[in-house]
Design a protein around this ligand. Sequence first.
Ligand code: HEC
Length: 147
Amino acid sequence: MVKKIGILLLFILAGSLGFYCALKNTKPKSAPLVDGSMRTYHYPSSFANSLKNDPKAGEKIYREYCAACHAPQPMIDINAPARGNKVLWQALKQGLGEEGLWQYTLMGHNAMPARGGCFECSDEQLRQAMQYLENAQGMPLTESNTP
Ligand code: HEC
């Protein structure tokens, strides 16, 4: 009898410990820094929910998704046109037009993934991110983002 109660107590203890750990683990963890002060975390659906009615959605999507490749000093260095490289973006806009850039953003282009990797973003949010990326002003040209 005593043994049974002991085992039962052990189960209750282990169960509550598991529950406590699960509760503590629900918060997003921070990950490496990209493009200055940004911190990313990868809970895409809660991230997408947090963007609703946020006037800074474009910038936040850029930091969460696009910056990995499009930051002036990107984490993934595969020659994506850098944010703030005005000369290059002007040429791209002239060559492809806003609509052409939009089609590439939607469908991907060479190493550029479809929707920039943000499959949870609405079209409108994605367009805001694209505009944030292509219209950056006043960032100095550095060696890594000159054409
Ligand atoms: C995995 C890396 C990667 C990510 C993430 C990424 N891009 Fe790109 N992007 C590229 C590369 C590489 C190119 C150049 C493609 C080419 O022209 O060959 C590019 C090009 C572009 C272009 C110019 C059109 C073109 O194809 O030349 C736009 C606009 C663009 N990306 C928007 C975005 C947006 C908006 C996001 C975020 C929502 C994003 N990208 C995320 C790699 C990436």
